[in-house]
Ligand binder design. Structure first.
Ligand code: ZN
Length: 168
């Protein structure tokens, strides 16, 4: 089996920000998968599953009600709990900077959110008790306070003396 593209990014050098994880050309446009990276992988604690689940619900609600809603394909957490995937469908190729304002607004909405978590009922969610709004708000604030990057660190795989490493 071939290692899929998203596993070929050097995760030891990723810092919080917005990155293009992949692009797929479809009839009439582009499907872009953005890596919304909230945490520095393997260096700071990942988001707690309960809080990440709440971020999934609240931020998805914001995005799917925004002016950008017709371009939203998917919003959801990464399995590693260090960020989320945001998949968009647009006529033209878009860049992380094109969605920065939207993502900041979505996380501001999460940071200030009060009331019931949308869709967190036994009828509308597969694990409705797995939520933590207070920690989700804290995590959203923490992400907004960070300096975001927008391009993956340039990495080149170098093989020497039987070892494989990355160099910029
Ligand atoms: Zn749910």
């Amino acid at each position: 089996m071939e290692l899929i593209a998203s596993f070929q990014v050097d995760h030891t050098r990723i810092v919080p920000g917005i990155y293009v994880s992949r692009r797929d050309k479809v009839a009439g446009g582009w499907i872009t998968t953005f890596d919304i990276r909230m945490k520095t992988p393997n260096k700071e604690p990942a988001v707690h599953p309960n809080a990440m689940h709440t971020i999934e619900h609240v931020v998805a609600t914001y995005l799917r009600n925004s002016d950008f809603k017709d371009h939203v394909v998917y919003w959801g957490p990464m399995g590693c709990l260090t960020g989320c995937y945001f998949i968009t469908n647009t006529e033209n190729e878009i860049q992380p900077k094109d969605i920065e304002k939207l993502i900041r607004a979505a996380f501001k909405y999460q940071a200030a959110y009060t009331g019931e978590v949308p869709g967190a009922t036994a009828v509308t969610c597969g694990n409705y008790l797995l939520h933590d709004l207070q920690i989700a708000k804290w995590e959203a604030k923490a992400f907004l306070a960070k300096t975001w990057k927008f391009t993956y660190p340039k990495a080149k795989r170098i093989a020497a003396k039987g070892k494989t490493f990355f160099d910029a």
